[in-house]
Design a protein around this ligand. Sequence first.
Ligand code: FAD
Ligand code: DLZ
Ligand code: SF4
Length: 508
Amino acid sequence: MTTLRLILGDQLNPNHRWFETVDPDIHYALMEVRSETDYVLHHAQKIIAIFAGMRDLAAQLKHNGHVVHYLTLDEPNNQQDFAANLKTLVKTTGADRLQYQMPDEWRLDQSLQQLTHQIDIPVDCVDSEHFMTARDTVANLFKGRKQWRMENFYRHVRQTTGILMDGQDPVGGQWNFDAENRKPWRGQPPAPTDRRQAHDHSAIWAVIESHGVKTFGQPQADNFRWPVNRNEALEDLTHFIEHVLPSFGDFQDAMSVKSWRLFHALISFALNTKMLSPNEVVASAERAWRDGQAPLPAVEGFIRQIMGWREYVRGIYWSQMPGYDEGNALDHQRPLPQWFWSGQTRMNCLAHSIGQSLEYAYAHHIQRLMVIGNFALLAGLNPKAVHHWYLGIYIDAFEWVELPNTVGMSQFADGGLLASKPYVSSGAYIDRMSDYCKGCHYNRKERTTENACPFNALYWDFYLRHEAVLSKNPRIGMAYRQITKMPDDEVVSIKEKAADILENIDQL
Ligand code: FAD
Ligand code: DLZ
Ligand code: SF4
């Protein structure tokens, strides 16, 4: 009896139950395939990091005595597709059972389920043993309810797990410390240095390039430092918890030209590829607070991102697929401006946020939401094109987490299922939370003059354009009250300025 087990590129957890016993009749398969490199235009570092992580896990498993079949991209027998390669491997290994871990993406979930009809041996799916909640926890919790809100889900998970709880009550007497987590950063405390291990992946990159895989972004920005295995990921996590977490809360929403990561954890790639488990990350943050090493607002804010948002968006994804990627509630059709691919714009906030994304395959949450996503929504960029851009560019981008964040939270394209109102702002918010505006070609205080910050006219024009849909939303009342007070000629100037900006969007 031989069993063939498939391991996907985001299933790099060496502690999975599968690997507890070594058995010569169990064969593991990992494969670098064009169907995965090419489903969207990827940042070079994302493909390199996944291949490096897969190769590392394969080497660990072999070292521990497991039988491993690893197909590199340039292997002559590689048919560049999971199903085709699996059919061949079933024959060559003589496998009489095929197993895979539950995939996180709807597309792969479907195609692996279909294997049952294509392969003449039993195929079964096992748990990936990663998430804190089930695919359908969110849908079950909100069944029959009009409003789905992350905060209610988050409280439910805290109550059921006992994390950050004092009996039935939240520790510190409060569920959420967000109000204390909104400070701009003026240089103190100093931003942490990047202590992550550097890697030379030129050999992997050479294979990707010679195979003609199309990519964008820099392949090896100032030393490639994404972790390739669990040990490295654990070192990064420990460093974050000990040295960075205490300031995470205060500066969670801050942005600066002086630091591309500020006090963020840089663990999303390790989490999403399952090198780290959310349980252990949450437990280590809670321990830091209980040991007096980090303040509660920082720890609660951090845990909420992982146990709240991360689990919640996964539940939204599984409740809305297929079709969630088709959402376009505001009927936005504009293509992406050219500078989304180069970072070359005179808008300093966007030049920095996109520039660092091209350099490191990373931007932190507020850059993704309140700079890039904010501009995309105000400018009416097509949500599917925006979704593909986000899915390609970020090191941590896998559809189950990227799609709800982009289409739901950032672009309001699901009509308000995920976000109760659109996340938009004028230049004033960006100025308050960053130092971007000081070095900018545009003037953040101006609205309609030649050099006015484009966010300002676009912000009011967005509300004017979508008045029929948005003015009914009670959470946006304030904006419409301000519009009613605007003189008519100001409204006309805003519309003209916004039209001019959009007409010349590639030259901003
Ligand atoms: P930190 O800020 O240090 O947060 C710690 C962890 O919390 C993260 O590693 C992540 O696992 C989790 N987390 C934080 N915010 C979210 C969130 N909104 N949704 C889910 N998990 C969250 N995150 C991804 O992992 N993959 C994506 O493809 C992705 N796409 C995004 C697209 C848009 C438009 C937006 C607005 C956000 C997106 N996020 C995505 C969420 C968030 O920006 C990243 O998780 C975070 O920037 C990762 O960096 P970090 O590890 O330094 O996070
Ligand atoms: C993202 C990605 C890429 C670029 N390449 C591969 C690959 O060659 N082989 C593989 O097994 N996985 C890859 N992945 C990750 C998969 O796309 C991932 O498993 C799905 O996105 C499911 O979340
Ligand atoms: Fe961005 Fe406007 Fe500030 Fe320039 S002035 S950095 S465009 S918000």
